[in-house]
Ligand binder design. Structure first.
Ligand SMILES: O=C(O)CCC(=O)c1ccccc1C(=O)O
Ligand SMILES: [Mg+2]
Length: 369
């Protein structure tokens, strides 16, 4: 396998509804869509999940563009690869910038699946043919709005409802949700909005039988999370704090997390995501696939990864229409009563919608040998 040409597109898409977290609101999604050509003529795609502002982590689509253009694409163009696992090994000489690395690594996995004539899910070792899906709901203007949005998605069949919390939008709304939806699987995601001093407040959430609380404390912490977990009955799930298998090992060893949210971009690609999955399975730690408000390519990579056996809990892999009027793939990803049926064709099993891609392209650049 040898890449001969790579094209990066700066994409810009409007979300159907604004999405608000404890750190800010998303309305427009700017990202990189990467197309890699292999010497046989096969084409693979990757999507950068970095946002336009460094709120979730330090990367942005522009830092990703720089890393890809000046370092990562030159490292891969013309280089003979026998397996996609070699990509992360090559990139290990470059620190962090995981979302940039993951963008092109995903395209190499796509090409590898096509060349070996198997679905991306199969190539990763996944066997599920359908996956359970949850949905992540942003902070709303009022409690009534929140209840209506949650009701709509419960009725659509989503298998678990995650709601964003922040100081002032936490214990009361979770209590109301639990009272209104007594039998629904509910969890909260704080995106690092609290500190250890908030333990007494966070302990109040134990009364609501939540599946888990995601990333309550600092994005770079695993020590205080262990102290907090020792005082909570609700399991903590780490998101922002986990960038690698090593991070996962340390957090599990310390007792900082009982569940892990795996995001392909945050951990530097599918190879590392799979390693974390395998390690967690060995340790009896369930995982689920997080989301970054992806367009179609990122979304179908998430779906493929979720077919691995230890993705026991429903992920944030809602259908295309939850985010976009028009996605960039065809068919779009659809959720059928809380389930996505995983395509079995070679590669990602979806085509790019070239018309939509052109419509949302701000600029593009091609790099060749
Ligand atoms: O629906 C999705 O793609 C996941 C939405 C979500 O929760 C999220 C969205 C943007 C940034 C961070 C997060 C998160 O999981 O913390
Ligand atoms: Mg999260």
């Amino acid at each position: 396998m040898k890449l001969t040409e790579v094209t990066m597109r700066h994409m810009k898409m409007q979300m159907k509804h604004p999405f608000t977290t404890s750190f800010g609101t998303f309305q427009t999604k700017e990202f990189i869509l990467l197309e890699a050509k292999e010497e046989s003529g096969k084409v693979g795609y990757g999507e950068s999940v970095a946002f336009d502002s460094p709120w979730y982590n330090e990367e942005t689509f522009k830092t990703n563009w720089h890393m890809l253009e000046d370092f990562l694409i030159p490292m891969l163009l013309g280089r003979e690869l026998s397996h996609p696992d070699e990509v992360s090994e090559l990139f290990s000489t470059i620190r962090k910038n995981n979302m940039a690395k993951s963008t092109i690594e995903g395209a190499v996995w796509d090409i590898y699946a096509q060349l070996t004539n198997q679905s991306l899910a199969k190539a990763l070792g996944g066997e599920k043919t359908e996956i359970d899906v949850g949905i992540s709901i942003g902070i709303q203007k009022s409690v009534d709005d929140l209840i209506e949005v949650v009701r709509t998605h419960v009725e659509e069949g989503y298998k678990r409802i995650k709601v964003k919390i922040k100081p002032g939008w936490d214990v009361d709304i979770m209590r109301t949700l639990r009272e209104t939806f007594p039998d629904t699987a509910i969890m909260a995601d704080a995106n690092s909005a609290y500190r250890l001093e908030d333990t007494a407040l966070l302990k109040q959430l134990d009364a609501f039988n939540l599946m888990m609380i995601e990333q309550p404390l600092a994005s770079d912490d695993i020590i205080d999370h262990a102290k907090l977990q020792a005082q909570l009955t609700t399991p903590i799930c780490l998101d922002e704090s986990i960038h690698s298998l090593e991070d996962a090992r340390k957090a599990i060893e310390l007792g900082s997390t009982k569940i892990i949210n795996i995001k392909i971009g945050r951990v530097g690609g599918l190879t590392e995501a799979k390693k974390i999955h395998d390690f967690c399975m060995e340790k009896g730690i369930p995982v689920w696939c997080g989301g970054m408000l992806e367009a179609g390519i990122g979304r179908v990579h998430n779906v493929a990864l979720t077919t691995l056996p230890n993705f026991i809990l429903p992920g944030d892999t809602a259908g295309s229409s939850r985010y976009w009027e028009q996605d960039i793939i065809t068919p779009e990803v659809t959720v059928d009563n809380g389930v996505i049926h995983v395509p079995q064709q070679a590669g990602i099993g979806f085509e790019l919608n070239h018309e939509a891609v052109e419509e949302f392209t701000v600029s593009k650049k091609t790099y060749s040998l």
